[in-house]
Design a protein around this ligand. Structure first.
Ligand SMILES: Cc1cc2nc3c(=O)[nH]c(=O)nc-3n(C[C@H](O)[C@H](O)[C@H](O)COP(=O)(O)OP(=O)(O)OC[C@H]3O[C@@H](n4cnc5c(N)ncnc54)[C@H](O)[C@@H]3O)c2cc1C
Length: 396
């Protein structure tokens, strides 16, 4: 270890939604943490935009649900449609009222909520952060774990968490790898002017449109725009699919009602991978969020699962520090690995690969309130989230 070592109770690597949530949960139990962030500021990248009910309960516990409701787009209905505009199935998330204080999704860029998480964390006086501090090396002994950063700091704590994203420096320093595969084909995201709401007033904020041959596109209403998500076949270049000559006929086929009235504001193309580590607990160091698991964006679950990792593993650290035993830390990490492996990845995979059977399953579920409720418990992630204090807060 280096000469100058500063000490905190928990070292958190990465100031994404997962690292920041960990810090806030620890601070709510009086535990100090220091966050090491590679970038000079929080990331402003446009990434996750769907916040599911259990995540909203966690944000409610931190006093941030009002911000979400004020700035986000509340999505209460989920629709499955045919290209002729016919509604094949519709789910009303109000069916989840017995299960959650937030029976809806909120659509909002993750980069809007991370500064609020950081402000709340700093305001506790128990959280500090270093920017421009990429973790390059980690180590541990029987009582502590430490990280050395690119700016020459060494900081140690009783526990250390790698919440430093898909290319995790902590994971690399542990010699661990994520294994899995890149999904074939990429995803084209069209940004559409909000005036789409006037053209298709009955379109639900989360909608999937299926053609006769079971190809589909997804639509998502954001506070200031709509997004159309189109799956791109393998082999097509980003440049090719960003051209109106490529996507125009697809939009015409799936949304024939719009014609030339659809105002396209922008495009971007991204890929997705299905990846997981075999282990996420090495002594006093753990991996959570994207550092542990990656999956496709259908259903909007990966970041939400990371929020739940943060909340549960912070809970494990709180118990570990209280009892002086490492076991609660390991138990929480192992449970999050199990959830990622046995629930998150299979579920999000099914969201992508489900075709004929999937649509008949959905239509059948939507037609029966008991089955619809059971389906919504899974699509909202309520069945796979850790126990949360926020769920006992007042109904909204
Ligand atoms: C286009 C797109 C759409 C998506 N949509 C959804 C969605 O709707 N719903 C959903 O649930 N998920 C979605 N996701 C996934 C979601 O964005 C991620 O799961 C989420 O950002 C993970 O959060 P995190 O905090 O684990 O990692 P990150 O957000 O990647 O944060 C990690 C942080 O660690 C920092 N860092 C990296 N290396 C180091 C280092 N060596 N030292 C210190 N700091 C480091 C990074 O700079 C970053 O600030 C989407 C992703 C993409 C790309």
């Amino acid at each position: 270890m280096g000469e100058a070592v500063s000490r905190t109770e928990v070292v958190i690597c990465g100031a994404g939604p997962v690292g920041l949530t960990t810090a806030l949960k620890l601070a709510s139990h009086g535990i100090r943490s220091h966050i090491l962030e590679k970038r000079p500021t929080l990331s402003k990248a446009s990434k996750a935009s769907t916040f599911h009910p259990p995540t909203l309960e966690i944000l409610a516990e931190f006093g941030l649900l009002d911000v979400m409701l004020a700035q986000g787009c509340k999505a209460e209905r989920i629709q499955y449609r045919g290209t002729g505009g016919n509604i094949l199935a519709e789910f009303d998330q109000a069916l989840l009222q017995p299960d959650t204080i937030a029976p809806f999704r909120i659509h909002l860029e993750q980069s809007v909520i991370t500064p609020h998480l950081l402000d709340k964390a700093l305001a506790t006086g128990l959280v500090s952060i270093s920017f421009d501090a990429a973790v390059e090396e980690t180590g541990q002994d029987s009582n502590s774990a430490w990280a050395r950063t690119s700016d020459g700091q060494t900081i140690s704590g009783a526990y250390l968490l790698g919440a430093d994203g898909a290319r995790s420096g902590v994971r690399q320093s542990l010699g661990l790898e994520q294994t899995g595969h890149v999904y074939p084909g990429r995803v084209l995201r069209l940004i559409i002017a909000k005036s789409f709401s006037q053209i298709m007033p009955d379109m639900a904020p989360v909608s999937y449109i299926f053609s006769q041959d079971r190809r589909s596109i997804s639509l998502l209403e954001m506070p200031d725009c709509w997004r159309i998500i189109i799956r791109v076949p393998p082999g097509a270049s980003d440049e090719q699919v960003s051209n109106p000559d490529w996507y125009g006929p697809i939009v015409d086929e799936f949304l024939p009602q719009c014609g030339s009235r659809l105002e396209i504001l922008g495009t971007d193309v991204y890929g997705a991978s299905k990846m997981l580590c075999d282990t996420n607990a090495i002594g006093r160091i753990g991996l959570i969020g994207d550092a542990l698991h990656l999956t496709n964006t259908r259903g909007g679950m990966n970041m939400n699962c990371g929020f739940h990792d943060a909340y549960a593993v912070a809970g494990g650290i709180i118990d570990a520090l209280k009892t002086g035993q490492i076991e609660p830390f390991h138990a929480a990490l192992q449970e999050r690995l199990r959830i990622a492996r046995d629930v998150l990845l299979p579920r999000t995979d099914k969201n992508v690969t489900g075709k004929d059977d999937w649509l008949s399953f959905i239509a059948d579920a939507a037609a029966d309130p008991v089955k619809a409720h059971a389906y919504l418990l899974t699509s909202s992630m309520l069945d796979m989230a850790p126990e949360r204090s926020g769920k006992h807060m007042g109904r909204i």
